[in-house]
Design a protein around this ligand. Structure first.
Ligand code: FAD
Length: 403
């Protein structure tokens, strides 16, 4: 699995592995520069909300779990919370509010309401090995996979009956859930499969990052650990395939958002110099996304129970974004939030917004700044994982071991 490239169509998309491979390096270089620009590197997030699902989330005390925050004075004025809240809370906006966060009906995630939180420079806090592991990390992953249980509305477990408004409760045993190994315990539907792939691909991407930038505890040096990558990702070819799947899904969302992203104001200083550089890079990304992001969102949520299924899909993914508050390591939680918000934004773009809604003229405030930042950053993470996979393949080839 480490040596062989996956070939042929990427299941449930209209794209193949070779097509994505052919643009990975160009895409990676553009995205890598893009996420270093002022607009995309500052992310405002509330990392210290209580875990709504269980009381103790076992905080990781490793040095690598820590993050550094940025003082508000370093943030361009127009992106500070006070300024953003003026434009991002239009009158008549229908939202369900919880302490410190909210969601609108079309959202696949909970969004911070800008009253609390810190500014983080993502480029100074890379996603990498932190040492966060054991029961706390497993509990979070388990809860995320268990969200893949649809058909719950009939059991009365959806938010209307939940003690936490907007949250689906997490019972210990869930009948009909897709197990963490991807096998089915009951009838399968396409939407469930897609849900599982999204999560498993994200999980595999995180694993790839932490294996690529791993701290050797003996030598104190950082570097790629091939064995780590083999045992967590490459030994399960489908996990690797799901990273491609996620990349195609997010690329499709970026392609659909092309006109909106092109019209967006990324200006940090008022001189427009940084704005034009950001626009130039972004337009290359949008161009590539339009060529290769061939995910067909219209095949999902069709048929008799389409609306119920979609409501559940959305609600469950929203739960995943809340489960991030249970991650017991600040840096992992930060990247968990960035990436789940980014994927949630992609899902919203694919499944909730038609071309009229996506029109920047009629809907200039369609997305919040944090959604745009998260979307591009999650795409960068996924494409970076594919770039890292190439490196692991070369390392494997150098070992001279036959498959
Ligand atoms: P885990 O990765 O914890 O996996 C648990 C179980 O899930 C496995 O035993 C396996 O059965 C199954 N599984 C594993 N991968 C997949 C997959 N792709 N698809 C389907 N099933 C799978 N650690 C860091 O060092 N840096 C980080 O930035 C980081 N970020 C994290 C973010 C989140 C949201 C979470 C929950 C954890 C994060 N961690 C991070 C911890 C890391 O993901 C692992 O949990 C930890 O390294 C322990 O790994 P493990 O080998 O025990 O298995």
């Amino acid at each position: 699995a480490c040596k062989q490239f996956p070939t042929g169509p990427i299941e449930t998309t209209e794209c193949d592995f070779e097509t994505i491979e052919s643009v990975t390096e160009t895409l990676y270089n553009e995205l890598h520069s893009l996420v270093d620009t002022p607009f995309f590197k500052f992310f405002r997030v509330d990392l210290y909300r209580d875990c709504p699902f269980w009381p103790d989330n076992g905080l990781c005390m490793n040095r690598e779990c820590g993050i550094t925050t940025v003082d508000e004075s370093e943030i361009p004025k127009r992106w500070r919370a006070a300024e953003l809240s003026k434009v991002e809370m239009p009158e008549g906006d229908q939202r369900t509010a919880l302490p410190g966060c909210y969601y609108r009906d079309s959202d696949y995630c909970f969004l911070d309401d800008l009253t609390e939180g810190d500014y983080i420079d993502l480029s100074l806090n890379p996603e990498r090995f932190t040492g966060y592991a054991g029961p706390s990390a497993h509990r979070v992953w388990k809860a995320i996979y268990e969200e893949n249980c649809f058909g719950m509305s009939e059991l009365g477990l959806l938010s209307s009956s939940s003690p936490n408004p907007g949250l689906v409760s997490l019972p210990d045993s869930m009948t009909g859930a897709l197990r963490a190994d991807g096998t089915e315990s009951s009838k399968e539907c396409l939407e469930r499969r897609v849900y599982y792939k999204v999560i498993s691909g994200l999980h595999a991407s995180i694993s790839t990052h932490l294996c690529y930038e791993e701290l050797n505890q003996t030598t104190g040096e950082w570097g790629p650990n091939l064995q780590c990558f083999i045992s967590r990702v490459a030994a399960y070819p489908e996990r690797l395939q799901y990273i491609y799947f996620d990349a195609v899904l997010v690329l499709r969302a970026v392609a659909r958002l092309g006109p909106y992203l092109s019209a967006y104001d990324y200006c940090a200083t008022g001189t427009h110099d940084d704005d034009s550089e950001t626009h130039a890079r972004l337009s290359k990304v949008i161009d590539l996304a339009s060529r290769v992001g061939r995910f067909d969102e219209t095949v999902l949520f069709r048929g008799e129970n389409a609306n119920v299924l979609k409501a559940e899909f959305k609600e469950h993914f929203r739960n995943v974004t809340r489960i991030m508050d249970c991650v017991g390591c600040d840096r992992c939680r930060l990247w968990g939030k960035v990436q789940t918000t980014g994927i949630a934004t992609a899902l919203k773009v694919l499944f909730e917004l038609d071309t009229v809604a996506l029109d920047p003229k009629s809907n200039a405030n369609l997305l919040q700044r944090s959604e745009v930042v998260a979307l591009i950053n999650v795409l960068h993470r996924l494409v970076e994982s594919l770039h890292m996979v190439q490196h692991f393949r070369r390392m494997w080839a150098e070992t001279g071991v036959e498959e």
